[in-house]
Design a protein around this ligand. Structure first.
Ligand code: DC
Length: 229
């Protein structure tokens, strides 16, 4: 392994399995896992509670003062908003769209990217999001663009919501996902797009284990290539 810390960037659309795979990969590699979407979700929840998600000026102003804290408790990431643990609250479906909307505001991206880089500094890290390979960690050891068909992603999200006791109809989940994908890929500030040097992994027909195995192979190869340089 190289002495210089390694970083693995995992980007892709909603529901492609980024967090499941990134978490498993981080465990396999003994690295820290940072879920950057959770940070946008925490701020989305904050603006939702203020009933001001669509007020761009308020969003840009409030992101300067909002107290968002990312902590790691027994290795698991928890999100705090002004000291309140919002780790579960940010998973509510309405927070997904709010996070996507506030994340399009450049001031929000600036603050979140700075926080993300600070948290990851000097550590072996696996980070997932929309702009990790293109913006947050442009020099990442490995960049993976993880996709799956919209239908498969909606099926997975339905199962996940049902498991959490928050079931939603499939059609609704699919429509929300398509709308959020559109918003995330069409915004002006750091839109979701594969980094030029990313490896594309389509998980539509792969199990979680198969996907993690493939990603681990890619990661081990990239880390060893970086160590040889
Ligand atoms: O990964 P997620 O579904 O929890 O992310 C919620 C929203 O946050 C997503 O729709 C877009 C935004 N996001 C972003 O713009 N950049 C990131 N690095 C992560 C998430």
């Amino acid at each position: 392994m190289s002495e210089k810390p390694f970083s693995i960037a995992i980007d892709g659309p909603a529901g492609a399995g980024k967090s499941t795979m990134a978490k498993a990969l981080a465990k396999e590699l003994g690295a820290m896992y940072l879920d950057t979407g959770a940070m946008y979700r925490a701020f989305g929840l904050y603006m939702l509670r203020k009933n001001a998600v669509n007020d761009k000026a308020a969003v840009a102003r409030d992101v300067e003062d909002v107290d968002i804290d990312v902590r790691f408790v027994d290795g698991a990431q928890r999100l705090y908003l002004s000291g309140e643990d919002v780790t579960s609250a940010i998973r509510e479906p309405e927070v997904s769209m709010a996070a996507s909307t506030v994340s399009a505001v450049p001031e929000v991206r600036e603050r979140m990217v700075a926080l993300q880089r600070k948290i990851a500094e000097g550590q072996n890290v696996v980070m997932d999001g929309r702009d990790i390979g293109t913006k947050v960690l442009p020099g990442a050891t490995l960049k993976i663009y993880l996709t799956a068909s919209a239908e498969e992603r909606a099926r997975r999200r339905c199962a996940e919501l049902a498991e959490k006791g928050m079931p939603e109809p499939y059609e609704q989940v699919l429509q929300d996902m398509i709308r959020r994908d559109y918003q995330d890929t069409h915004r002006a500030a750091s839109p979701l797009q594969p980094a030029e040097d990313s490896v594309h992994v389509d998980s539509s027909k792969l199990t979680i284990e198969e996907t993690v195995t493939l990603m681990k192979k890619l990661a081990v190869e990239a880390i060893s290539r970086a160590a040889d340089r």
